[in-house]
Design a protein around this ligand. Structure first.
Ligand code: ASP
Length: 347
């Protein structure tokens, strides 16, 4: 008889509210020693799971996270990939969606779970949501099918009893425990009395070997349209030095104003080799549908790539990843148009 081995999980602490305590003199939230997580979540010790922990030397508020930090997290996972069955990344909620998206693009052919979680209230506070979030994340990271393959071979966010695909999710509430949303893609699991997995929507375990690409080109901008946006403002963004890519946040089904000056600035940027992806501002569901209205048709004709139902967090990190990885603009355009890690629904 084959003896089932205990799953092994690595918890990586990066910072954020979850690991914070109040400085008694200033009242400001500061990171505490990660080892204290066991004092705060003793139930972790009772799982039939081997849990190791790693803490970055300087845990940070996630609003200070930089692409370098995404690379460090990815490398830590990569170094330990063969030794562990799954990874739980404790992270601040503010930019968790960006880190989750970035990691999803950095890892190709992922066969093990990378689950990001955090909390709205510090672990040191009685009503904290952190304990529940960590426990759920660890259990999901350790979940395996009978054949030994991980149930969740994806980068996910686990928060308030919900498991989301990481590159489909954004923070939508700074007050509620239910702080994330993924309007364009169903939950991968609901945590209740049982953990109910939505198998139809979970990525399949790939046959190919996992590959990591951490190269990032951060020289991109988000250009969010609003009625009355000035020519000087658009020009200052599109004519910025070293700009390589733009996430153009348009209205509705991918529409923009049709002013000649605006289309002209876009056209000049594209001629200079800047890649532009059209992403809708409709976060609560919706997709770019180039050609539905005249303006989106014009944007498509200029060479702007449709982002379909991708969300901004995902478009930003996808663009940074592809610009860092590939030199050939045509290849990048083709890849932008494709769903690489389930980040968009291509019609
Ligand atoms: N500012 C904190 C952070 O993102 C908020 C949190 O963790 O929820 O690191």
């Amino acid at each position: 008889m084959i003896k089932a081995t205990k799953p092994k999980i690595l918890i990586v602490y990066t910072g954020g509210t979850i690991g914070m305590i109040k400085d008694p003199t200033t009242g400001i939230l500061k990171p505490f020693n990660f080892e204290a997580i066991y004092d705060q979540v003793p139930r972790l010790l009772f799982y039939d799971i081997d849990i190791d922990t790693f803490s970055f030397d300087n845990p940070i508020d996630s609003s200070d996270m930089l692409p370098d930090d995404w690379q460090k997290i990815a490398e830590k996972i990569y170094e330990n990939y063969d030794e562990y069955d799954g990874f739980v990344i404790l992270h601040g909620t503010d930019t968790m969606a960006y880190t989750a998206s970035a990691l999803s693009f950095m890892f190709e052919n992922l066969s093990k779970p990378i689950i990001l979680t955090g909390s709205q209230l510090p672990l040191g506070i009685a009503r904290t949501d952190g304990r529940n979030n960590i426990i759920n994340a660890v259990e999901i990271a350790a979940a395996k099918h009978q054949d030994g393959f991980s149930v969740i071979p994806e980068v996910c966010i686990c928060f308030e009893n919900k498991l989301y695909r990481g590159n489909r999710t954004y923070k939508n509430n700074a007050e509620n425990f239910d702080a994330f949303a993924s309007p364009n893609y169903p939950l991968l699991a609901n945590v209740g009395v049982n953990i109910k997995y939505n198998y139809d929507y979970i990525a399949k375990v790939p046959k190919e070997k996992m590959k990591l690409c951490t190269q990032i080109d951060p020289n991109i901008a988000i250009l969010k349209l609003y009625p009355g946006i000035g020519q000087n403002i658009v020009a200052s963004i599109l004519e910025a030095e070293e700009l390589h890519g733009v996430v153009l946040e348009t209205y509705g089904a991918g529409n923009s104003n049709k002013s000649p000056w605006f289309l002209d600035l876009l056209s000049k940027a594209i001629t200079k080799g800047i890649l532009i992806i059209n992403v809708t501002q409709c976060k609560g569901g919706g997709a770019v549908n180039e050609g539905k209205y005249e303006s989106s048709f014009l944007l498509g004709k200029l060479g702007i790539v449709s982002g379909y139902d991708i969300i901004t967090e995902s478009a930003v990190t996808k663009l940074m990843h592809l610009l860092g990885k590939e030199k050939d603009k045509e290849i990048i355009k083709t890849l932008l148009n494709k769903s690489l890690r389930g980040e968009m629904t291509v019609e």
